[in-house]
Write a protein that binds this ligand. Structure first.
Ligand SMILES: [Zn+2]
Length: 545
């Protein structure tokens, strides 16, 4: 029979078997669907999931009480329709559930046996550890830790109170600073990431950390530290696509991936891209997977994948000679991190129903994806204005998510177009003239690249300049005032190679749009005006009268 354990003295929850709520069918299971225990012989095993121990020895099978049920934790059952299966089976394996009466049930490590899991049942700020939970004739049991993935997840084994969110964050920052040689400006981000991992299933966007550095720069140490305190951390040096999808979909772990060990980097990157937003599903081999969840990936260099990089906060690492760092395998660190995990679980249970991302004052200056990242990371401490503003500043600096440089083709077209609109009062440009200018710039800068007008047209389309007409003299691009503003924003955002060369026929100081975009501040970088250079004072205005 199942045993009852109380971890907190104040606990006064009912005996085992008490019915929570009034109906499981109306209960909400999240983030992951429960795994109904299938009939013996049902379902096939997941790829890369080795044979499990004799299921008759597992506690789950015992809890099924000779109902003819055996224990399977495989990808097929993970993706089975839970509502249908639940009707057929009375015993359901879960890793998390929100019951109708508000009770939260979370999978934890059995405090008496690290090799086993049990359920932390949280109701009205009180907690009870149980092996099974009955409700309306149905029985919930924890997923077995014999599962190949689950047995590697570090689960909390207690639920302990924490002083406050700032104190929790301070504790995390102190841990990270003690163990990892990372620039101090990244420490708050790392602490925010850990806190976020405990409620990421309640948010729309999952933050990724991209840990970049040479061998021996401490990347693995950082991953190891995070694996001690994040929710359901899964530290992996190798991942095949099938096991990756399975682990993500089933447990929503915080994946900590060492890219050096990944054999199929392209598949991994594809999966990573589909895992940052809740509503995006990945289709693979005719099956739909949910890859959503917080992730940390360590690389020797950022991947050649602008879309993925724009979803990651960059954490650069450098080799440190410091010998004062604490080792994560020291008993005191293990104890400290176990305590932090227990507090972080309390944080999760207390805030599960209320957390939501909120705008940070001033974050409209960020690009949409970066803004999403900021809001996700600040969601867990949204009340702490000072911390949120610090985070915003960091994101504004461009260091958090460095902008990918434009391709040489894009840079050349942007520069030529930018120069042409500063020549004077015109609102249209012949594409052939623009192509000539582009190629002149490329030649002057020693670049052997040359663009045909057709390619110039394609680049203009990708910039969003699409108002083009074919005339007797060739293709013409029409530019509006909004287009001129957009060009300035592009120039300010991406920078233009060679902007410091004096290639404009007027000073940015004299252009209202340059001033609005802050480009005139780059003026001091300009070389002195050549003799005879006439400073114009014309305001750029492409509005057609
Ligand atoms: Zn300008």
């Amino acid at each position: 029979m199942a045993t009852e354990r109380n971890r907190l003295d104040k606990v006064s929850l009912p005996n085992l078997g008490r019915r929570f709520g009034s109906g499981l069918k109306n209960s909400h299971f999240g983030p992951n669907a429960p795994v109904p225990v299938p009939q013996r012989g049902g379902g096939s095993r997941a790829l890369n999931t080795p044979e499990e121990a004799n299921s008759s020895e597992s506690r789950i099978a015992l809890h099924a009480e000779n109902a003819g049920l055996s224990h399977y934790s495989d990808a097929n059952s993970a993706f089975a329709d839970p509502s249908k299966e639940s009707r057929d089976n009375s015993v359901t394996e879960i890793d998390f559930a929100e019951l109708k009466d508000g009770t939260l049930v979370e999978l934890v490590e059995d405090p008496k046996d690290a090799g086993q899991a049990c359920l932390a049942v949280w109701k009205d700020s009180e907690v009870q550890f149980v092996d099974r939970l009955e409700q309306d004739g149905q029985v919930f049991v924890p997923l077995s830790r014999k599962n190949e993935v689950l047995r590697h997840l570090r689960l909390p084994s207690a639920v302990t109170p924490y002083e406050s969110v700032p104190a929790l964050l301070r504790g995390l920052e102190s841990l990270i600073a003690q163990c990892v040689a990372v620039d101090e400006k990244y420490v708050p981000i790392l602490a925010d990431f850990v806190l976020n991992s405990w409620l990421v299933d309640r948010l729309e966007v999952a933050p990724y950390l991209s840990v970049v550095g040479l061998p021996q720069s401490g990347k693995t140490t950082l991953l190891r530290v995070l694996s001690l305190v994040c929710r359901r951390p899964l530290l992996i040096a190798d991942v095949t696509s099938a096991s990756f999808y399975y682990a993500c979909a089933r447990f929503m772990p915080t994946m900590l991936i060492d890219e050096a060990g990944v054999r199929n980097g392209r598949t991994l990157r594809h999966m990573l891209r589909s895992g940052t937003t809740q509503d995006v599903l990945a289709v693979r081999k005719n099956r739909i997977f949910h890859c959503y969840g917080a992730k940390v990936i360590s690389w020797l260099e950022p991947p050649d994948d602008a879309a993925l990089n724009s979803r990651c906060v960059l954490i650069p690492m450098f080799e440190s000679k410091s010998t004062a760092l604490c080792r994560t395998d020291e008993p005191k660190m293990q104890q400290l991190t176990a305590e932090l995990q227990a507090q972080l679980l309390t944080f999760r249970l207390e805030n599960y129903k209320t957390v939501k991302p909120a705008a940070v004052a001033g974050d409209e200056v960020l690009r949409p994806r970066t803004r999403d990242l900021l809001r996700a990371l600040s969601a867990c401490h949204a009340q702490d204005t000072q911390r949120c503003q610090g985070l915003l500043k960091f994101f504004e600096s461009g260091e958090a998510v460095p902008l990918e440089p434009l391709s040489p083709e894009h840079n050349a077209v942007l520069r030529a177009l930018f120069a042409m609109i500063h020549i004077g009062d015109f609102s249209f440009i012949f594409i052939s003239d623009l192509a000539d200018k582009v190629n002149r710039f490329l030649e002057q800068s020693g670049d052997r690249l040359r663009l045909l007008p057709r390619k110039v047209g394609a680049v203009l389309t990708s910039f969003g300049f699409t108002n083009r007409t074919r005339t007797n003299s060739g293709w013409v691009l029409y530019l509006s005032q909004q287009d001129a503003e957009k060009l300035h924003q592009l120039a300010a955002c991406y920078g233009i190679d060679g902007f410091k060369d004096r290639f404009l026929s007027m000073s940015p100081e004299d252009c209202s749009l340059c001033r609005a975009a802050g480009l005139h501040k780059r003026g001091p970088d300009l070389p002195p005006a050549p003799p005879g250079y006439q400073v114009t004072t014309k305001e750029l205005d492409l509005r057609r009268s």
